[in-house]
Design a protein around this ligand. Structure first.
Ligand code: ITT
Length: 200
């Protein structure tokens, strides 16, 4: 028993509004019941004022912790392009004025025009709060940005990101394939080890 809720229920509430993230987390942590924050809190939308992915993940997790006792998972993630000094980084979801996936990608492609080095990485910081414990784990996937979006799957910058060792973008992969190698997968694998260790 951890806090008031036994982890054996295998229920985890995710501090996100992003349906794509939720779907990916469900696929990766398939043995857990993954619930969205909106089932417990109306208009869950904490201000992401941290200076790093992990700071922002902790802000989201702590905000949700005010309302519920269940184990909480928060994902803060984004794209870092090396020749742009790590842009868009923690501002990935609000890179363009519009803040839509399409406008964000357009801005990125404009910023990259004329740059030779288009290498990039996706970063994910997953933060788990179980009772009094706070566990942070990061995951990365390296690749490059292409000049024209390709593919319909995924979300965010997936249509312009080709992971190292592949010829297709994340958006051209079936979800299962992306989920095998993504930054989210890598961070969640580490979280899963912690969860299994807690579940006595
Ligand atoms: P929550 O804060 O509610 O979780 P969000 O979409 O605002 O949802 P973030 O602040 O973590 O989440 O920003 C993540 C952004 O980074 C996301 O909107 C995408 O633009 C990008 N991103 C993160 N993971 C991605 C992935 O797997 N594929 C493509 N883009 C991704």
């Amino acid at each position: 028993m951890i806090g008031k809720i036994p982890l054996k229920n295998r229920m985890i509430v995710v501090a996100t509004n992003n349906e794509h993230k939720l779907r990916e987390i469900r696929e990766i942590l398939e043995r857990f019941e993954i619930l969205p924050a909106k089932e417990f809190v109306e208009d869950f939308n904490p201000e992401e004022i941290g200076n790093s992915f992990c700071e922002n993940a902790l802000i989201k997790a702590k905000e949700l912790k005010k309302y519920i006792e269940y184990p909480i998972l928060a994902d803060d993630s984004g794209l870092e392009v090396f020749s742009l000094g790590g842009e868009p980084g923690i501002y990935s979801s609000r890179y363009s004025i519009e803040g839509t996936d399409q406008a964000n990608v357009e801005k990125l492609l404009n910023r990259l025009k004329g740059k030779k080095d288009k290498s990039a990485r996706f970063v994910c910081c997953m933060t788990l709060i179980v009772g009094e414990r706070v566990i942070k784990r990061e995951g990365y996937v390296y690749g490059r940005i292409i000049d024209q979006p390709r593919g319909e799957n995924g979300f965010g910058y997936d249509p312009v990101f080709i992971p190292d060792g592949f010829k297709v973008t994340f958006a051209e992969m079936i979800p299962l394939e992306k989920n095998k190698l993504s930054h989210r997968r890598k961070a969640l694998e580490k979280i899963r080890i912690e969860l299994e260790a807690l579940d006595v």
